[in-house]
Design a protein around this ligand. Structure first.
Ligand code: HEC
Length: 161
């Protein structure tokens, strides 16, 4: 291959890369301010921030979305609201957009609310929570049905035996 062709190939590759990064950046384009608003009104704090509901939303933002040790127990087993401050450090924005549309989580996580959000709102949530930075510990692991949770848990009715 001669040098001129190699140069042209390089230029084409560069142009493709540039185009891809532009598409990526403009794909969702959420804002941090809207993400903060959505976390408040979309219920994310209600489950993912310890004490948020009981204090009437008085938890300082620095402690938001760190996950909870309080389990939700029902026919699905016991689930714990994940630490979203750690979770969002691990995924890219485009992975998050794909995941939010496709992943079905266990109750009582309203995964269908994420599925039905606009790309812009998902992107806003992502940018806001990521900006808060990592904090806290991982939430306890999911327990399958029949395994008794050791810590406190909110009980949903079990199906009749
Ligand atoms: C009624 C309680 C509740 C509400 C409200 C709620 N979540 Fe959750 N969320 C959970 C629980 C419980 C889990 C764990 C589900 C599981 O184990 O399958 C979870 C899991 C998740 C996960 C998966 C994280 C991981 O580690 O894989 C994400 C992302 C998430 N929630 C985001 C949100 C966002 C964003 C909102 C607000 C729009 C929200 N949640 C509102 C309870 C809730």
């Amino acid at each position: 291959m001669n040098t001129r062709m190699r140069g042209r190939q390089k230029a084409a590759a560069l142009a493709a890369l540039l185009l891809m990064s532009c598409l990526n950046a403009s794909a969702a384009g959420g804002s941090i301010e809207r993400g903060r608003y959505l976390a408040k009104i979309g219920g994310c704090n209600d489950c993912h921030t310890p004490g948020y509901g009981l204090s009437g939303g008085q938890v300082p933002e620095a402690q938001w979305l760190v996950g909870d040790q309080l389990g939700w127990n029902g026919p699905w087993g016991t689930t714990y609201p994940s630490n979203l401050r750690l979770f969002f450090q691990k995924v890219s924005e485009s992975e998050w957009l794909k995941m939010a549309r496709e992943r079905q989580l266990r109750p009582p996580m309203p995964w269908f609310a994420l599925r039905d959000m606009s790309d812009e709102d998902l992107s806003s949530l992502y940018r806001f929570i990521r900006t808060l930075g990592p904090a806290g510990e991982l939430a306890p692991a999911y327990l399958p049905a029949g395994v008794e949770p050791k810590g406190p848990a909110i009980r949903f009715p079990q199906p009749p035996k």
